[in-house]
Design a protein around this ligand. Structure first.
Ligand code: LLP
Length: 426
């Protein structure tokens, strides 16, 4: 039987006609667990993590998985067991880290809108660092920590005003974005942080955007951050760690981002040249650790030929896979069992949700019939974690494949699950 790896998806291969993940046939998983079904490869996640670990070999660095990319408990457990910390953006994400066996001390808390209650909860848990995003937040954190008799470890997120050359909705480090403190305000903000009670400055952080496929924006942002570290330390405020955020892209559609180890080799060349190579570093990768470790399996319900478009209607929709509707994002779509005979037709692949924006792929040549399964690729990041119940659709089930072991890590959501907590009026 022939076996071919899918380019950019090292643990997905076609064996004969059938798509497999870590050697396990996807069709069998769909039969056992139904569709839509997210399937993740543990080996693929660990391989992506290993690229970062190679990049940091011999350096002082902590990898904090940006769990917004995929916050399912078993996924967090994989990264906790592999020694990662976590980048969180809500009190709910902190609850998930702790439920998955992660340590609060390894948590950094990002986000522009932390509430007092979330700050309190994170202080009580003893998280490693608050990545503060504004002067106003700094004042509130100081009040909350002082009132609790605690000291909050803080880093200030710098907005380096660098263009990451990605989709505008996922670019975060430009002046017009809501994130971080403006480059020119940073030194004053650090002085304020150092003077406020209940705070201890421990680091500096930045994150310029997501799905970055080139190392130039990183190098530019790094230079600007290092200039600031020099200025802040010259003002007598030591910076213990430097956090470069996440953002490294993955291959969706022939994209060729640098591998994490190659990216960090070029970043360390610059860091060494500027005398910063032996500092404590942090990174917050999300997509690059999980994106290509997952697929979403879906059944073809109907084929609907039309004058202008042919539609292939599948049972996964924008509530399961929101990225095409939100960012016009491309996800490759592959038949799970390739047909040898039926004709290839160009389809818009769409879901059952009552919105014209509910499309998963446009103009895709496919050879499928009703009842066939398709795999939507690169579905490990920002799919399940962004899934909704729109149209009262239950969220999909999830499976983690680990060699020849298959774990159901999330049951399919029922309507009873969805309406729990709702009340009729009397
Ligand atoms: N750190 C911070 C502060 C972030 O805001 C983000 C992502 C990350 C780390 C992780 O970035 P990554 O390594 O995953 O690129 N929903 C969008 C992506 C939003 C990213 C938001 N921030 C999408 O589906 O493309």
């Amino acid at each position: 039987m022939t076996s071919a790896l899918l380019p950019g998806h090292p643990h997905i291969a076609r064996r004969g006609n059938d798509l497999t993940i870590e050697g396990v046939a996807l069709s069998g998983l769909a039969r056992a667990h139904g569709t839509p079904l997210f399937v993740y490869s543990k080996a693929s996640m660990l391989a992506a993590l290993a690229a970062y670990q190679r990049g940091f070999a011999g350096r002082k660095a902590k990898i904090c998985y940006a769990m917004k990319a995929n916050s399912s408990l078993a996924v967090l457990q994989v990264f906790a067991q592999a020694g990662c910390g976590f980048d969180i953006v809500s009190g709910g994400e902190l609850d998930r880290v702790l439920a998955a066996g992660g340590k609060a001390a390894d948590v950094i808390f990002s986000g522009v809108g932390k509430t007092r209650a979330e700050m309190q909860k994170a202080l009580d848990a003893g998280i490693g660092c608050f990545n503060v995003e504004s002067e106003a937040e700094l004042e509130v954190l100081s009040q909350v920590a002082s009132a609790a008799g605690k000291t909050a470890p803080v880093s200030i997120r710098v907005n380096p005003n660098v263009d990451p050359k990605t989709h505008p909705y996922i670019s975060t480090g430009l002046k017009g974005n809501k994130f971080g403190v403006a480059h020119e305000r940073t030194l004053d903000t650090y002085k304020r942080a150092a003077a406020l009670p209940g705070l201890k400055v421990v680091g500096i952080d930045c994150h310029i955007g997501s799905q970055i496929t080139d190392d130039t924006p990183y190098l530019d942002a790094m230079d600007r951050v290092l200039d600031l570290v020099e200025a802040i330390e010259a003002a007598g405020i030591p910076i213990h760690h430097i956090d470069f955020g996440g953002g490294l892209g993955i291959n969706y559609n022939g994209d060729a981002p640098p591998q994490a180890d190659a990216l960090w080799a070029s970043l360390f060349a610059r860091l060494d040249a500027r005398g910063f190579g032996d500092r404590q570093f942090m990174v917050e990768p999300g997509r690059s650790l999980v994106g290509n470790a997952g697929v979403c399996l879906s059944e073809v319900l109907y084929l609907k030929p039309g004058e202008q478009k042919n539609f292939c209607i599948i049972d996964a929709a924008m509530n399961d896979l929101p990225r095409p509707a939100m960012y016009q994002a491309f996800h490759a779509i592959e038949p799970v069992s390739a047909r040898d005979t039926a004709p290839v037709v160009t389809y818009d692949v769409v879901g059952p949700v009552c919105e014209s924006g509910d499309w998963i792929g446009r103009d895709r040549p496919l050879n499928v019939q009703p009842g066939d399964l398709v795999a939507v690729l690169s579905a490990g990041a920002y799919c399940m974690s962004m899934a909704s119940n729109y149209n009262t659709r239950g969220r999909a089930a999830e499976v983690l494949v680990d060699g020849d072991r298959v774990h159901l890590i999330r049951e399919r959501e029922t309507t009873a699950d969805q309406i729990r907590g709702e009340r009729l009026v009397s």
